[in-house]
Structures are given as structure tokens and as C-alpha cells.
Design a protein around this ligand. Sequence first.
Ligand SMILES: Nc1ncnc2c1ncn2[C@@H]1O[C@H](COP(=O)(O)OP(=O)(O)OP(=O)(O)O)[C@@H](O)[C@H]1O
Ligand SMILES: [Mg+2]
Length: 250
Amino acid sequence: MIGCQELNYSTGGKRILDRVSASAPSGAITALVGPNGAGKSTLLAMLGRMLVPDSGMIRLGGENAAALARAAFARRVTTLRQATRITPRLTVRDLVGFGRYPHNPGHLTAADRKIVDACLQDLALSDLAERHLDTLSGGQQQRALIAMALAQETEVLLLDEPLNNLDLTHARRVMQILAQRSRSGRTVVTVLHDLTIAARFADHVIAVKDGQVLNEGAPATVFTPEVLSQLYDAQVEVHLIDGKPVILPI
Ligand SMILES: Nc1ncnc2c1ncn2[C@@H]1O[C@H](COP(=O)(O)OP(=O)(O)OP(=O)(O)O)[C@@H](O)[C@H]1O
Ligand SMILES: [Mg+2]
């Protein structure tokens, strides 16, 4: 699991996170939802130690994350940020190979290369493996970044809007892969704007508004018209199809 207690963070004279306490369980997908500017990326970056809170604590398993050495933390937690700039002259295979760096800096072993191949295949990138990143479409680049994140095989995966630019088939594929990873005991935390996808795949939901946790719990308790209308300051309808919520703005 990964979680936080009483996180506070201000920047530019503005309170961005306000006493945020939340927890993402192991063996589950946690969806981080909420309106633009709510603080989701800030919270995710803090869980991944990319940003340091003004106060509060991050817990990784039973440990205080801040007490772990950076390299040890990198072997346990992967963060894929929202706007990741690509290095154009790298090939897709090079990029995914970098995912193995925390485990084997400087060289890839045969086992690493096998993991890279499997991640390329999982993201339907095998045929594009030798292409330079700047020759790829937006969705293909995004899939390469996800493959790099998956190649790290860490116990915790923090993903900020991983479905950006992905078509329906690839979005579903990515969520299925994340579900597989979670079933094997890993902790997946992902920012999602598509609430119907979140309702379908997430086991746990953290709803953030104005830098605070508005609601946290099972999808059925967070994805209600009442909570969502408050979260987005908009009228929202929730319909059940096969017992799963489908969320519609009205
Ligand atoms: N360096 C900064 N200076 C001032 N404000 C900042 C800074 N970084 C972030 N913010 C503000 O913090 C708030 C939260 O930003 P954050 O990126 O966490 O939102 P988000 O929930 O991920 O939104 P989105 O859905 O649009 O990605 C926003 O109002 C943003 O403008
Ligand atoms: Mg964001």
C-alpha cells in the first residue's frame, strides 16, 4: 500500500493540498478523480517523492517513505507523470529499457531484455520497437511511456492520466494490464478523468476537490449522483449497466 497523512502543500501563495489523508491498498487499483486543478497530480507527485510536502507523511507499506534511500524507493515505486517530455532520438526499445535502470543501472541483463520484450508486446509496440519516439503518434508515444513504467516492475505504480491519447481498445488494454498487476498484489494508483472507466476497473476511489479529499471508498459509494455533483459542481447522472455505474453529465 501507499498512503499519506495530513499532507499540506502551498506554492505561489496558494494552498494546493490541505490536510490530505488517503490510502491506496495493495492488490487493488485506486482511481484518483476530481476536477481540473483539484490537486491530483500534485498528490500523485508527492506519493512518488517527486515533490516534497510542507508537512505530513507518506507511508509505503509500514514505512515512512521519506526515510528510504532514493535508490531503494525507486526500486519500489514508479511514477508516470502527466506531461512527460520525450527524448526524440531514443527508440521505443531504448525508452522501455530505461525502465530497468533502477534495478540494473548501466546495463541490461538477459532477464531485463525479456521483461522489456514482454512490456513491448503487452502495449502492442513490438512492431514499433526500433522506431524513434518523435516518429510516433501521440497514442503510440503514450503507450511507450506506459511500457517503460510497467518495465520497472515495482510494487507500486503511480500513473497520472495514463489513458491520455489512447483509443478505446488501447485504453481498455492498459486497464486490463493494470488489473492483472493489481491481482498479483501490486498497488496501482491512477488519475482518471473517464469516470465510467474508473467505475469499471477501480477497486478504490479517492475524490479530490480544491486540494482536499472530498470522498474516499469503493466505487459504488463514491460514484453516486450526490458525491459527483458536489465534486464537479455539475449535475451528474449515474446509470447502472450490468451492475457497473455509467456516469453521464446532464
Ligand atoms: N508551481 C505552481 N505555482 C502555482 N500554482 C501551482 C503550481 N503548481 C500547481 N499549481 C496549482 O495547483 C493546483 C493543483 O494542480 P494539479 O496539477 O495538482 O491539478 P490536477 O488535479 O492534476 O488537475 P488536472 O486534472 O488539470 O491535471 C492548480 O490550481 C494549479 O494551478
Ligand atoms: Mg493533473
